[in-house]
Design a protein around this ligand. Structure first.
Ligand SMILES: *Cc1c(COP(=O)(O)O)cnc(C)c1O
Length: 393
């Protein structure tokens, strides 16, 4: 059978039909443990009852009106996000790439306000910011950019986790207006920077009057053991982008701004038909409430340590395991050679994982994963890694 879908994805040979918590069932009724959460989207697991109820209730009342009218759920969601983030205001959209587009547009407005005609944003090697033209131009991966020239101008790239490279770039260019960075690089290989990396970027941005823009699309919404990853550093960014887990599977993105960055968009300067519609905002409100009422953010910290300790113990002495690292439930197991085949062998064992940056097994389990499931994850995957490194490397 030929598919009529454009072949943009390399798909695994499985189709899921239903889910519950950390479990998924395929079309043959085989059960899988989901340690990827749709790439950090379903942080509350599948078919979460509160999200289900919120969507049903809202769809009974109203799905969409338009941003030419007031939207009550959008106002309430903005209030909750501002309360939880410490930011000042928010623009709602439908995806991560769109949230970063809004951030990039804010940086451009900020530049022109300061009379910088040809502004540039500092971005990182191995970063990932999305697939639209501006966000793929910001992304530090030539595979993502291949074939799409001319790229959007105005990005200066430096190595990740290198503050002096940022400072050098600022000094060598007279047009830098912002720094766009992930608190932990997800697609780039679960790269966790030095614990004071964000603090030092904050200081540089203060010193040179730049916008500090954090892409928290993967790290946000409790994933790393805080609501937002920058809260580990006790700093505030000027711009922060969210998407993925905000709707637990209902598409929604958000660009949060603070201080001078919060005054840049004015009537008519940005917009989105679906952005912040009643359905998506009701889902997101239910997500935020469940995170608090079920104490899931604290659990992310404990569970992440349990999983990481489990792997460190099981894989101790394996010379092909370069590193086991984690922040909350964002977990990377780096091997010394490419290991993409592990995804398929895990699938056969009923376990969903991901390999990113070729050599790093990436785990993003739902925050509701329980102790038994944690054991199953550690046991199954450790055995697969042991076998893989014995045979292939
Ligand atoms: C997934 C991701 C994006 C892109 O989000 P989309 O919703 O796919 O557009 C951007 N930045 C980071 C860090 C991501 O993980």
């Amino acid at each position: 059978m030929t598919s009529h879908i454009m072949p943009t994805y390399g798909r695994l040979p499985v189709t899921f039909e239903r889910g519950a918590g950390a479990w998924l069932w395929d079309t043959n009724n085989k059960r899988y443990l989901d340690a990827l959460s749709g790439i950090a989207v379903c942080n509350l697991g599948h078919a979460h009852p509160a999200v289900h109820r919120a969507i049903c209730k809202q769809s009974e009342a109203l799905l969409h009106t338009s941003n030419v009218y007031g939207v009550a759920a959008q106002e309430r969601l903005a209030d909750r996000l501002i309360e939880k983030s410490g930011m000042d205001n928010v623009f709602f959209c439908n995806s991560g790439a769109e949230a970063n587009e809004a951030a990039i547009k804010l940086a451009r407005l900020y530049a022109h306000q300061r009379n910088i005609k040809n502004p540039a944003i500092i971005v990182m090697e191995k970063s990932f910011h999305g697939r639209t033209l501006a966000t793929l131009s910001a992304t530090g991966n030539t595979k993502v950019q291949q074939g799409f020239a001319p790229l959007v101008e105005g990005f200066v790239r430096v190595p990740y986790n290198d503050v002096s490279a940022i400072e050098q770039a600022i000094k060598h260019h007279d047009n830098i207006v912002a720094v766009l960075v992930e608190p932990i690089q997800g697609e780039g290989g679960v790269n966790i920077p030095a614990s004071d990396y964000l603090n030092r970027i904050r200081s540089l941005c203060d010193q040179y009057d730049l916008l500090m823009m954090l892409d928290e699309i993967q790290t946000g919404i409790g994933r790393t053991g805080k609501f937002l990853a920058y809260q580990h550093n006790a700093i505030m960014p000027d711009v922060c982008t969210l998407a993925k887990a905000l709707g637990n599977g209902v598409p929604i993105g958000a660009c949060l701004a603070r201080g001078k960055a919060a005054q840049l968009f004015t009537t008519g300067s940005h917009g989105s038909t679906f952005g912040g519609n009643p359905l998506a905002c009701s889902a997101a409100l239910a997500v935020l409430e469940a995170l608090d009422s079920e104490n899931l953010i604290e659990q992310a910290e404990q569970k992440g340590s349990a999983i990481s300790d489990g792997f460190s113990k099981q894989l101790a002495g394996n010379p092909h395991v370069v590193d086991v690292r984690h922040k909350g439930l964002m977990i990377g197991i780096e091997l010394d050679a490419p290991c993409a085949e592990l995804v398929q062998s895990a699938l056969e064992q009923g376990l969903l994982i991901n390999v990113t940056s070729e050599k790093t097994i990436r785990l993003l389990p739902p925050l509701i994963i329980d102790d038994q499931q944690i054991n199953q994850l550690v046991e199954t995957l450790s055995a697969l890694i042991q076998e893989h490194t014995r045979q292939c490397l």
